[in-house]
Design a protein. Structure first.
Length: 168
């Protein structure tokens, strides 16, 4: 029996196994070892197309993150600015997930810049995400951002500690 895997499943697996460690520049390490990791992922049952898309997604995130550090185009005009979600974004994440993003921003886990990176990566996936998948995407994005260690730790709590109650 073949189980249908998605790009998000590959990303989650890579994050849990290879990106979640505290090694320096592990995102670059994963893309540098792409061939050997791809073989391991194929052996585990992931499909070649999803594996390639996941690696491309991670490489694009690394490029965006590098550019992002020097660019302030995602800084809101005012602190009271409100993000209006496009129809494309609403097709990929539901209202509950948008509420969760707003909650994360209100609690300073996400800043406008990281929120925009998350939304860019959601659009890059091009498939609707449920709330759990979105949490993983947020965690992967935060992991690539220098200075976001506390935000990443809080997101890990949201994912791994089922006893946390949060309002969104």
């Amino acid at each position: 029996m073949i189980i249908k895997q998605s790009v998000v499943d590959v990303l989650m697996f890579l994050f849990e196994r290879y990106l979640g460690d505290e090694e320096l520049n592990e995102s670059a390490l994963v893309t540098d070892e792409r061939d050997s990791l791809q073989l391991r992922l194929e052996e585990m049952g992931f499909q070649n197309q999803e594996i390639n898309q996941a690696f491309d997604w991670l490489e694009d995130l690394a490029d965006l993150s590098a550019d992002f550090q020097d660019d302030e185009k995602f800084t809101p005009v005012q602190e009271t600015s409100t993000r209006i979600y496009s129809e494309e974004e609403k097709k990929l994440i539901n209202m509950e997930s948008i509420g969760f993003l707003n909650f994360l921003e209100q609690t300073n886990i996400l800043i406008p810049a990281t929120r925009e990176l998350v939304l860019d990566r959601v659009i890059a996936l091009g498939q609707p995400l449920d709330a759990e998948q979105l949490k993983w995407i947020i965690m992967i994005v935060l992991h690539t951002q220098p200075g976001e260690e506390n935000a990443l730790a809080l997101m890990e709590d949201f994912i791994f500690d089922e006893n946390i109650d949060h309002i969104h």
